[in-house]
Design a binder for this molecule. Structure first.
Ligand code: GLY
Length: 371
């Protein structure tokens, strides 16, 4: 099935790009709008971790969606690589969660038991084993949990790859100074920018942390999304110094193929404040150097911030809205990069008139869930 007309995707992050790519691969005519360059904002700022189990997603519907998306990652990356010629450097070599005392290790044991009961492969490692796996950790580490199948993708490379893949599949990019969605009382009609009006049969709000501010959309059709700031830094380390993405108390590290080691991330309700602060960096460096004094001598090469799109119940907003022709794909909070493949598939299905039943759990509006 096809959408039966042109599609407007608003927001050029990984979510918007992945939806545009998916629709274009199905033969749709897609125009992607952004005020900035595509593949920036949270999509550029994230660490690219693919970690539903280590993130401890507890909401069953959301966990199922994360698991589906993790399983879709290798074929998704392969399609994007083939269309773009850019390798997003996907590594699914597991994630280590390190514990530094017996209480934390016992919690990891329980978490591992729960994961195994849903079929996830994971190993509880004692001190010697965790140091054999990741020798840069402090020698007082108590142990760790290695969850197989999780990993990371280089989100900046994935962004570049998706931009090229979209262009190769005929997606047109509009970088605009101003933009509003035109609607009548019944449906979304298209997008008006500083250069004119373009009709669309489907308009997708994929504006990430800015999704609740999209001009022209009736207020009740705007998703309640709040920016949650994350500060990060990068160290330059020798090749293969850190082998896997690793969680330590109050921080995580993610290795890149180019020798950068990303250290993240704070989680702050700070509206649209994009400053890197002394306190933010102190918190990250303190946490990571407690867990790994061996990192102390390496050069800090970069610091930055990103804004995660948070929602009140932790679930993204996905799929059609009650206003015909208007769709949402936002609110992915800590799991936007992980959820890009499944989001793209579900949104493309919905725009093509085949909305999956599982979208009901992520619809706008939705009732408050009992806590
Ligand atoms: N997914 C990790 C973070 O949002 O910090």
């Amino acid at each position: 099935m096809s959408p039966g007309g042109d599609v407007a995707v608003i927001g050029g992050g990984l979510i918007g790009l992945a939806i545009a790519f998916e629709l274009a691969e199905r033969g749709a005519t897609v125009r992607l709008y952004d005020r900035d360059e595509p593949a920036r904002a949270a999509s550029w700022a994230g660490a690219g971790m693919l970690a539903p189990y280590t993130e401890r997603v507890a909401d069953e519907e959301l966990l199922q969606l994360c698991e589906d998306s993790l399983a879709e990652y290798p074929p998704f990356v392969e399609r994007v690589r083939e269309a773009s010629g850019v390798d997003p450097q996907l590594h699914l070599n597991g994630i280590v969660h390190a514990a530094f005392d017996e209480v934390a290790l016992e919690r990891l044991r329980e978490h591992g038991d729960a994961l195994r009961s849903r079929g996830v492969t994971c190993d509880l490692l004692d001190r010697a084993h965790v140091l054999a796996v990741e020798p840069w950790l402090a020698h007082h580490v108590a142990g760790g949990l290695l969850v197989a199948g999780e990993g990371h993708v280089d989100n900046r490379r994935l962004g570049r790859a998706l931009v090229a893949a979209c262009a190769a599949r005929g997606v047109s990019f509009a970088r605009v100074a101003s933009l509003r969605v035109e609607c009548d009382t019944r449906r979304a009609l298209g997008v008006r920018t500083n250069v004119g009006f373009t009709p669309a049969v489907a308009v997708v709000n994929a504006c990430g942390a800015w999704s609740s501010l999209l001009d022209g959309v009736p207020p009740e059709m705007l998703p309640a999304v709040e920016p949650i700031k994350g500060q990060m830094l990068a160290l330059q380390v020798p090749d293969a110094f850190v082998r896997r993405a690793t969680w330590v108390p109050d921080a995580y590290v993610v290795p890149r193929d180019d020798g950068r080691l990303l250290v993240g991330a704070t989680s702050e309700r700070a509206q649209f404040d994009m400053r890197v602060t002394a306190e933010g960096l102190h918190r990250l460096l303190h946490a990571v150097l407690q867990a790994a004094p061996s990192l102390a001598a390496f050069t800090v090469t970069e610091t930055w911030t990103g804004l995660r799109p948070g929602t009140a119940d932790g679930r993204p907003f996905l799929g059609p809205t009650p206003l015909e022709g208007l769709y949402v794909a936002t609110g992915h909070y800590r799991n936007g990069i992980l959820l890009a493949p499944a989001t793209a598939r579900l949104l493309a299905d919905a725009v093509c008139g085949n909305a999956a039943p599982e979208l009901a759990a992520f619809s706008l509006p939705r009732r408050k869930r009992a806590s």
